[in-house]
Design a protein around this ligand. Sequence first.
Ligand code: GLN
Length: 288
Amino acid sequence: MRTVNDFIDYFKIELNNREESREIMSFISLLLYKIRGYELADIIVKGEDSLNEDELEFLLKATERLKNGEPIQHITSFVIFFGSHFKSDKRALIPRPETEELLEWIIISNSSGDYNILDIGTGSGCIAISLKKRWPKSKVEAWDVSIEALELAKENSSINNADVNFLEKNLFHHPFPDNMDIIVSNPPYVTISEVCKMRRNVLDYEPGVALFVPDDEPLLFYREIALKACRSLNSQGSLYFEINRKYHIQIKEMLLEMGFINVELRRDLFGNYRMVRAIWPGGDLDIS
Ligand code: GLN
């Protein structure tokens, strides 16, 4: 094996039984981007370029790791999320396209750019960092219970030059800061009974603490976050969640019961209810 084309032929044969051809092409392009900075269009014209020993070694190892089901984002150690580069490894969930859609919703529906923002369960930091980059005047605070995830998030904030206040905090043990305009969370929402339906590369390589919630308490995180959010949000402040489509009705009802208004569900690009937004009307509720 000597050239880019030789590698492509080899890779296609090796991965043939595992993945669809579209997926194979996307892997090839990510691997060549990693070592050579090639864009998809370059690959066609650079097919006869020769690969040096280090590059070949990386590509052969990458092929084996992919065959073992390791996510491509861990092998290249980066992911492009909302137009920015993020480091991605086993310390946190890989940023996903559904979460980009949530972010897009937040950005489109808020325009002043000067907000107090809180991100609960920040993981890789992708939501908090993307919001800070979009609205540099905003103050963004982001919590996680995982020290490893926070280390990754801090690395990502320096890669992206985004000043986010990352804190190691368990949401069940601390009140939220006052005067928030936007609270956002993509908490764990996969129930244990859904585990068998998940792809092996998610289960083997991504942290369970970021994914799972007990079957008998699927709304555990949503309830706690929403209860704390209503004390912390300014009048007309908004709460955004990424959700498990199975519980979209329950989550909407819970938010309405708590006094949130304009509760709106949205579907993701796969057509599943994947996110919700709720507005806090402000003022104290009359509980007499
Ligand atoms: N969407 C993720 C998945 O299906 C789960 C994310 C989460 O639990 N917050 O793997």
